[in-house]
Design a protein around this ligand. Structure first.
Ligand SMILES: NC(=O)c1ccc[n+]([C@@H]2O[C@H](COP(=O)([O-])OP(=O)(O)OC[C@H]3O[C@@H](n4cnc5c(N)ncnc54)[C@H](OP(=O)(O)O)[C@@H]3O)[C@@H](O)[C@H]2O)c1
Length: 224
């Protein structure tokens, strides 16, 4: 699986109030849709889905044609991660049900009421763990039941951190935008607890660097 994220030059993925600000360029937006067009499924955390006005779809006829040529379903599967099953039912993603099926990966922390509510909102809600989603098991399940071979995660920081910690990330696609947000509480690409020792840091190998109008597009391979 791979992660795509856009951050400012000071490493922030949103301002400190966590509000959605479309700070990426038009090129970065195209880049995001080009990456979606290589994936069977696109995944995001519950807070990103609540806050981002995104539908997580393929992005229109041009990308659907590209997907079809690659032998992919015209629309990607849409996967939301929510351990407590707390996703805003008014989120934009639920307003475009004609796009790809919506799956929620959740845990036993989501009670019966939340699960009932989710089942009315999405195509399938799958319990994949007690307290936190077990991503190893969840990815296996997605592959077996929904044919997901290539999964793209689009954030946010808490979900990205959990995926790195679970050791399931193969690649990181990182756009560095020539802006500066500041703010000690502003989210970064991988929040969560983080590591205590240098030896525990995730090691990356730089695979490619591209620049367009001051914006830098990096691809890292996760080592080991
Ligand atoms: N610049 C970019 O590329 C980009 C992309 C995406 C998002 N963002 C920004 O990122 C921020 C949102 O990120 P965030 O870190 O606050 O939230 P997030 O990662 O989108 O979502 C966090 C939620 O996901 C669920 N979750 C995450 N890891 C889990 C695990 N291991 N097991 C079970 N559930 C898990 C939990 O949901 P429950 O609480 O329901 O259990 C958790 O509260 C926003 O400010 C957004 O604007 C920026």
């Amino acid at each position: 699986m791979f992660i795509n994220v856009a951050m400012t030059a000071d490493g922030k993925i949103a301002p400190s109030d966590r509000r959605f600000i479309p700070f990426g360029s038009k090129r970065d937006r195209e880049h995001l849709l080009e990456l979606r067009a290589t994936a069977d499924a696109v995944m995001a955390g519950a807070r990103t889905v609540d806050m981002f006005p995104v539908n997580m779809g393929a992005g229109g006829a041009k990308y659907r044609r590209l997907r079809a040529r690659r032998g992919l379903a015209e629309e990607n599967l849409r996967v939301i991660v929510s351990g407590r099953g707390t996703i805003d039912p008014k989120a934009k993603i639920f307003q475009r049900r004609e796009l790809g099926p919506i799956i929620v990966l959740t845990t036993e922390r989501a009670g019966a009421r939340q699960l009932r509510r989710l089942s009315e909102l999405v195509d399938e809600a799958k319990i994949c763990g007690e307290d936190a989603v077990d991503f190893g098991a969840a990815l296996k399940w997605l592959r077996k039941e929904w044919g997901v071979k290539r999964l793209l995660c689009e954030g946010g920081g808490e979900l990205n951190a959990a995926l790195f910690a679970a050791g399931v990330v193969d690649e990181l696609h990182l756009t560095i935008n020539p802006r500066f947000f500041g703010g000690r509480d502003a989210p970064t690409l991988a929040d969560g607890a983080g590591v205590e020792h240098l030896a525990d840091a995730t090691r990356l190998k730089l695979k490619s660097v591209k620049e367009s109008d001051g914006e830098v597009f990096l691809v890292y391979q996760v080592k080991g």
